[in-house]
Design a protein around this ligand. Structure first.
Ligand code: KIV
Ligand code: ZN
Length: 503
């Protein structure tokens, strides 16, 4: 039988504990509204006892965010519980979340109390919280390093005292999936009254297994998963919400479980959290990373263009991503280049495609990634120089401080290769003069412009040259990662147009 997994988002509490990620009250509210759009089941809005500012932020969220349960964290002491209740009581559906250690390590080195004393403290805290609020969650901190029998005993006692949710945290990220799944299954078997509470897990990512552990727990019967957007949280972070949710969506049959999360809001939520916390998302992050739908190798690009299912297990729309991206690099084949050019409105003959692909490869070798602007520049160059009279064969320039700039340019015209050298005010001027010597056409340079096609170090230079001869003008464009070559190509293109017009 399929079961629903409640998604408990703790981005605003555990996530905000990420070093360097503190949020203002307004920012927390903005994220909380987005989490409600994402349709998470529970929002843990903060730890009200930690500061008056956090208290106010939780209160504001409780007052204005509708839909999810709103909770906040308390230690198992009256003052904390009172603060949580005061901050969440105006929520549509408030919950008090109490945490108390259950491991001997915490008992001895953190609380300096016996197991029995801690058990009594936990039970008393739950009983008190239940006098305030009908929904009380109890977390057995450091459960993964706790004695099994004692853990069962604590769970049974707090459920008896009125806990409606019991949460099993792997506080230090020590668990491994098979063992963690077994623990959850054993809790289901050994805690007599477990059916009277929702069984939850909260996994940290110290060994990179927070998501795998959470999913193993779901398979073993956990009904709530605590997680954060982008996996932010203490130290290495918490289980990433988007990964847990998408794993349950894509492998629903395997897990026998589903969530009510509106997955098309995942990317928007991820970028909001990233922007407001300043914690950037790695490009290769699963589900929401910039590369999640980016295909780079020629084989994959060809496959995904034939049918997306070849290399994608869910679609960009499923998570609200902008779309499948074909990254044009030196590994891209003709299929990918033609596809992108068609998307930009160019229809190419097979011969044109061949020529453009060769030039594309030269550009890609020089600048790693080729963008749409680069393709426009290549096409302007290609279209402007087909049917030409002169074609660039090669060029060489010498220039520098205290050196007279000189250039040698070779142009192909039909079968002939014509070469000339010249000096000039700069390398560009020297090249233009060398070309003038070859053609002997007596043209006047009216305009020369050079721009970078994209804002990056290895950008394509996009040159534009206007020439005049006998009252007629023509403009040509040239593109290359070498700016002198871009200028030379633009000059030749303008020349050829002048000649074509004269004909
Ligand atoms: O990691 C942890 O144990 C916690 C609890 C408060 C659930 O964050
Ligand atoms: Zn935690």
């Amino acid at each position: 039988m399929e079961h629903k997994v409640h998604i408990f988002d703790t981005t605003l509490r555990d996530g905000e504990q990420s070093p360097g990620a503190s949020l203002t009250g307004r920012e927390k509210l903005e994220i909380a509204h987005q989490l409600a759009r994402l349709n998470v089941d529970v929002i843990e809005a903060g730890f009200p006892c930690s500061s008056p500012g956090d208290f106010k932020a939780v209160q504001e969220i409780a007052r204005s965010v509708k839909g999810p349960v709103i909770t906040a964290l308390a230690r198992a002491v009256k003052a904390d519980i009172d603060a949580v209740w005061e901050s969440v009581r105006e929520a549509e559906r408030p919950r008090i979340h109490i945490v108390l250690g259950s491991s001997d390590i915490h008992a001895k080195h953190k609380f300096r109390r016996s197991r029995e004393e801690l058990l009594a403290m936990g039970v008393e805290a739950v009983r008190y919280a239940r006098t305030l609020c009908p929904d009380v969650e109890y977390s057995t901190e450091d459960a993964s390093r706790s004695d099994r029998r004692y853990l069962y005993q604590v769970l049974e006692a707090v459920i008896e005292a009125g806990a409606t949710v019991v949460n099993i945290p792997d506080t230090v990220g020590y668990a491994v999936p098979a063992q963690w799944g077994r623990l959850i299954a054993d809790i289901r078997r050994n805690v007599r009254n477990i059916d009277q509470a929702i069984l939850s897990v909260h996994c940290h990512n110290d060994l990179g297994m927070a998501v795998a552990n959470s999913l193993a727990a779901v398979r073993a019967g956990a009904q709530q998963v605590e997680c954060t957007i982008n996996g932010i949280g203490e130290r290495a972070g918490n289980a990433s919400l988007e990964e847990v949710v998408m794993a349950l969506k894509v492998r629903r049959n395997y897990y026998g479980a589903y969530t009510d999360v509106v997955t098309s809001e995942l990317c928007r939520t991820s970028s909001l959290v990233s922007r407001l916390t300043g914690l950037t998302v790695a490009r290769n992050k699963a589900v929401v990373g910039a590369n999640a739908f980016a295909h780079s190798s020629g084989i994959h690009q060809d496959g995904v263009l034939k049918n997306r299912d070849n290399y994608e297990i869910f679609s960009p729309d499923d998570v609200g991503a902008s779309g499948t991206e074909i990254i044009l690099t030196a590994r891209s084949g003709r299929h990918a280049v033609r596809h992108r050019l068609e998307g930009l409105g160019y229809t190419l003959t097979p011969e044109e495609l061949e020529r453009v692909h060769q030039r594309f490869l030269a550009v890609a070798d020089a600048k790693k990634e080729v963008f749409d602007e680069d393709l426009h520049a290549l096409m302007a160059d290609e279209r402007g120089t087909s049917n030409q009279t002169y074609d660039l064969e090669s060029f060489r320039v010498t220039s520098g401080t205290g050196v007279c700039p000189t250039a040698t340019v070779a142009l192909r015209s039909g079968e002939a290769v014509l070469e000339q050298s010249a000096s000039g005010d700069g390398p560009m001027d020297a090249c233009f003069s060398a070309i003038d010597r070859i053609t002997g056409l007596g043209v006047t340079l009216k305009e020369y412009q050079l721009n970078a096609a994209t804002a990056e170090k290895g950008a394509l230079g996009l040159a534009r040259v206007t020439l005049e001869r006998d009252g007629a003008t023509a403009t040509g464009q040239g593109a290359s990662t070498d700016v002198v070559e871009a200028g030379v190509r633009a000059y030749i293109s303008a020349l050829n147009r002048l000649l074509a017009r004269a004909k």
